[in-house]
Design a protein around this ligand. Structure first.
Ligand SMILES: Cc1cc2nc3c(=O)[nH]c(=O)nc-3n(C[C@H](O)[C@H](O)[C@H](O)COP(=O)(O)O)c2cc1C
Ligand code: SF4
Length: 516
């Protein structure tokens, strides 16, 4: 029986993976070929999706992007034994995109059957949990702290410190909450890991629960991820059946369970306190801090809120040891970062690498430059609240502090690339408009400021008192940055200010045109 892998990943499905899987099964039956089709996660080479992989003695050979119309010719070419075909990319692990990575969080993604506990365990699954039970709560927190892991949701807060804060709260009801709202433009790593290796997130949550003394975990998932919802719910049930969730997990005496909750489609519900409100069944409005969720979180109880990637990385840290992880990266940015490369690029997808890689290497080398073949003008790093970084800063290492020093952020690791046809005034307007639409409305600088920002940019576009309005816009950005209650209003100025700083000519075009 030949094993064939066809991703169930949403990006692959959007490109026809479900139809492809059905066509391969039908063709195999018609030819009397014995095949087992495994629906795996994506390897992250999104330009090759749907990527079919066939298990051969030489390794898994890939063919992509494959369409239903290619199925007959793939069989004719003997793809079941790795035969040559125009779509062949050779052994997947040998592909330059794969070989250059340091897959740590994503080591199993695309490799295993996401819903097979046996496959998960055959690829070192539950080893982190096993070690966690051996070393005990305090040592787990210490290990996570020593690894240098920082929150991958955007703020980069040290995960170990957060866990210790909750662990140190008086015993009683506590919660583990996973933020799977993944609202940033150009980001998809949470989705990919939850579709491709959901048990790693469940294992991470269980380790966290054990470390802080919580018996219940919630995953707050954005409604736009229906495949994740299906896969993750199934993974919860598989984990329960295998004794990896529920009562007396793996014979440890520890009880822990996980519940999946679906959001209703608000960007601000990714902000942790707004998320907690939404989880409690209320409207997603930001809470003032303090108190921190670590002290007064879900239903008023001490709560760890972590991003999917932060939580899913923990089992590997426990398994390999804190030092292994801490030895990777630069400065205070330790370990690896799953980069999500999107926008106008030749090769987009997920690329996990140690911190410190220069931005220019990611864009020009790994992503292959723009798909249009035109020069790159800017890269928005870190989602809709991230700065537009110009080519002149391409030697910037991918590192929290290096980006912060340039008034930028790395956020959740999303990069959206634009070529030289992009109008940065328009992108600045988009930033303000996004904030106006998504603002929860609790504080004035964000609620009113973002609308005034759109209006002011429109005046600049129309050539109305351009210099005066640019000054006004800068002043407004300052007010929003320092007067907003949360980072939605506080960071919305980043794209605007960076556009103003690096591309001033785009703000004066209308005035120039009027003068001509
Ligand atoms: C407007 C806004 C949206 C956010 N969206 C997300 C999100 O989609 N996913 C996420 O993990 N964190 C998001 N965050 C950050 C969370 O508030 C929080 O810092 C994070 O979930 C903590 O987990 P971490 O320490 O593992 O990063 C957002 C923050 C703000 C201000
Ligand atoms: S900054 Fe915006 S999103 Fe955040 S609390 Fe204020 S109004 Fe709400």
């Amino acid at each position: 029986m030949t094993k064939i892998y066809i991703p169930l990943d949403m990006a692959a499905v959007a490109m026809g993976a479900d139809r492809l899987a059905a066509a391969v099964a039908k063709e195999a039956a018609a030819r009397g070929q014995q095949v087992e089709i495994v629906r795996n996660g994506s390897r992250g080479m999104l330009w090759l999706e749907p990527l079919i992989e066939v298990e051969t003695p030489a390794g898994r050979v890939g063919y992509g992007p494959a369409k239903v119309k290619d199925v007959a010719s793939l069989f004719d070419a003997g793809f079941l034994t790795g035969g040559a075909h125009a779509l062949s990319i050779g052994v997947v692990e040998e592909h330059p995109w794969m070989k250059r990575q340091n897959r740590f969080t994503f080591v199993r993604c695309g490799v295993i059957d996401p819903l097979s506990v046996a496959d998960y365990e055959a690829h070192d699954g539950f080893k982190g949990l096993k070690r966690a039970f051996e070393i005990g709560s305090a040592a787990i927190v210490d290990e996570v702290a020593k690894s240098g892991l920082r929150g991958r949701g955007g703020a980069g807060f040290p995960t170990g410190i957060k866990w210790k804060t909750v662990a140190d709260c008086a015993p009683g009801q506590k919660y583990v909450v996973v933020n799977a709202d993944e609202g940033d433009s150009g980001t998809f790593a949470d989705r990919m890991i939850m579709e491709g290796d959901p048990l790693s997130l469940i294992e991470g949550m269980t380790i966290c629960g054990y470390a802080i003394g919580a018996s219940k975990g919630y995953v707050y998932l954005r409604s736009e991820y229906p495949v994740v919802a299906k896969v993750f719910q199934a993974a919860i049930e598989k984990a329960r059946d295998a004794g990896g969730l529920g009562q007396n997990i793996k014979g440890s005496g520890f009880d822990f369970d996980v519940e999946l909750r679906i959001g209703a489609g608000a960007y601000v519900c990714g902000e942790e306190t707004s998320l907690l409100e939404s989880l409690e069944g209320k409207r997603g409005i930001v809470r003032a801090k303090p108190p921190l969720p670590a002290h007064v979180g879900l239903f008023g109880k001490p709560t760890v809120v972590n991003n999917v990637l932060s939580m899913a990385t923990v089992p590997m840290i426990l398994e390999k040891g804190a030092k292994h992880y801490a030895d990777l990266g630069v400065g205070r940015s330790r370990g690896t970062m799953p980069l999500q490369i999107a926008g106008n690029v030749k090769f987009g997808g997920l690329f996990e690498t140690d911190f410190g890689i220069p931005l220019g290497t990611i864009v020009n080398d790994i992503a292959g430059g723009t798909r249009t073949g035109r020069p790159v003008k800017a890269v928005q790093v870190g989602g809709p609240l991230g700065a537009y970084v110009p080519v002149s800063l391409f030697d910037l290492p991918f590192d929290y502090e290096a980006f912060a020093a340039k008034d930028s952020l790395i956020g959740h690791g999303g990069l959206v690339v634009f070529d030289d046809t992009i109008d940065m005034l328009w992108m600045a307007r988009f930033g303000m408009e996004f904030c106006a639409i998504e603002s929860c409305g609790k504080c004035t600088p964000c609620r009113i400021g973002s609308t005034r920002g759109v209006e002011t940019i429109d005046k600049i576009r129309n050539g109305q008192d351009v210099e005066k309005n640019i000054e006004l816009l800068k002043d407004l950005c300052h007010t929003m940055k320092f007067g907003s209650l949360c980072a939605l209003g506080g960071f919305a100025p980043y794209p605007v200010e960076s556009a103003l700083r690096h591309f001033p000519e785009d703000f004066r075009k209308s005035a120039l045109e009027a003068a001509e």
